[in-house]
Design a protein around this ligand. Structure first.
Ligand code: UD1
Length: 414
């Protein structure tokens, strides 16, 4: 658990790590080739370790050198993903397409629901079926078989990040052109497309679609992952919620437009450079309304931390979650800390309070965890945030990074 003595204004500079959500599909993309894939700027995170264990279990060799990872081997792939890894991390399901394309047959357990509500994989399966896969289910796993994949057009009912990545991956080894209509446009998806291009696939983005021309084989590649925009947003919000001054470096400010817009409406002073953002927090935020939306909309992963910030606003904010059915794991613990939040359907009505109280609270997922850490940083007194293992899935050295900004934060055995 994390112990936080809140009430300090944070001040200083934080170096942002490579993006978790770019690292996971990139590691899985290495299954598409027998040549070495070298990734730079890879964050040391529990989820990255899970992705490494997964590709190793499927036949790859992985070597770390600092933040560089080299993945090689895998002439023969083992086409069955271990259930435990898919349960631990849903992104493991992305192995289905590459395994199918390489080994003609793949078995990957269904990920099931999670703390954010039901999260089906129907778009992934629909897309792979359109490419010619025969999909069956046995003992909670998906079995996909195809002698070869044939490109075709696939319309996604929602611009799902995972389904777009699944089809990008599978499409690189399919015969002819795969066209994804209504694809996700998150920077992490574009980063995967960039890696696949370096591996020899042809990928073209148009306004409403992405087209992949498949190849018989892919090459190796060397690629630097983009900065983590969700981690960036979290540290800027840590500055904002404490009324402090935080500078985030090694970032891509363009990826943060929706957040920066709402933060400035809330009264934050923001300065943006080529690869940095500096923020000065207000004494108390002004209320702001927003809805989560696929990129370039406001990222759902920053909704819980933003709610923690607006819990202190001078007035009422209305927040609508449109990406997940039930992303409210932060609400109950924030109420314990004195926040005033009412949930009705997908809407949270947040009536700002003057101060939050310290409490012992429990994180149930990564971003709810981040929200609770932020709330604890603002609350005068000592809070305990349990469930640090969730936070570790997505934040590299969070405690050290916060301490470098002047926070009084410790890791403790529960
Ligand atoms: C990715 C991110 C996650 C982020 C999410 C939305 C990774 C590893 N994770 O998750 O941090 O919160 O994007 O930006 O990159 N859906 C279906 N059927 C499907 C697929 C998705 O109904 O086959 C629904 C989901 O239940 C969810 C919504 O679509 O409600 C968005 O999911 P998706 O964009 O696929 O998110 P992930 O790729 O799982």
């Amino acid at each position: 658990m994390i112990r936080i003595a809140g009430g300090e204004k944070l001040a200083g500079t934080v170096q942002i790590s490579g993006a978790k959500n770019a690292a996971l599909p990139a590691i899985i993309a290495s299954l598409l080739t027998t040549k070495p894939v070298v990734l730079h700027n890879v964050p040391h995170l529990a989820d990255v370790e899970t992705a490494v264990t997964l590709v190793q279990a499927l036949g790859k060799e992985v070597r770390w050198r600092g933040r560089t990872m080299e993945i090689r081997g895998g002439e023969e792939l083992h086409p069955e993903a271990p259930a435990e890894l898919v349960q631990r991390m849903r992104a493991s399901f992305l192995a289905l397409g590459p395994l199918l394309a390489r080994a003609k047959r793949a078995k990957v357990p269904l990920p099931g629901g999670c703390a954010l509500g039901p999260r089906p994989v129907d778009f992934h399966l629909y897309g792979l079926a359109r490419l010619g896969a025969r999909i069956t289910f046995a003992n909670g796993a998906v079995l996909a078989e195809a002698k070869f994949l044939r490109g075709t057009s696939v319309y996604l009912d929602f611009p799902s990040v995972g389904a777009t990545e699944q089809l990008l991956l599978a499409g690189t080894l399919a015969e002819g052109e795969t066209v994804i209509i209504n694809p996700a446009r998150e920077p992490e998806v574009a980063d995967l497309a960039e890696l696949l291009r370096k591996m020899g696939a042809e990928v073209r983005w148009d306004t409403d679609r992405v087209t992949i021309r498949g190849r018989r084989e892919l090459e190796g590649a060397e690629h630097t992952l983009i900065p983590d925009r969700i981690e960036t947003g979290t540290y800027l919000l840590a500055g904002a919620i404490t009324g402090g001054k935080v500078r985030a470096e090694n970032v891509e400010p363009q990826h943060l437009a929706a957040l920066l817009d709402r933060l400035s409406l809330a009264g934050c002073e923001i300065e943006v450079g080529k690869a940095w953002v500096e923020l000065i927090g207000p004494r108390r935020p002004k209320p702001v309304d927003f809805r989560t939306w696929p990129y370039p909309g406001f990222p759902t992963d920053l909704q819980p931390p933003m709610v923690a910030f607006l819990a202190l606003a001078e007035g009422r904010s209305t927040i609508t979650e449109t990406v997940y059915a039930a992303r409210f794991g932060h609400v109950e613990p924030l109420l314990q800390m004195g926040a005033k939040i009412q949930v009705s359907g997908s809407v949270q009505v947040v009536d700002g309070v003057e101060g939050l109280r310290p409490a012992a609270v429990e994180a149930t997922d990564i971003r709810a965890g981040a929200a609770l850490v932020l709330a604890a940083l603002a609350a005068n007194g000592v809070s305990h945030v349990r469930g640090e293992q969730h936070i570790r899935r997505g934040y590299e050295n969070m405690v050290e990074k916060l301490r470098a900004l002047g926070a009084r934060v410790w890791e403790e055995e529960d």
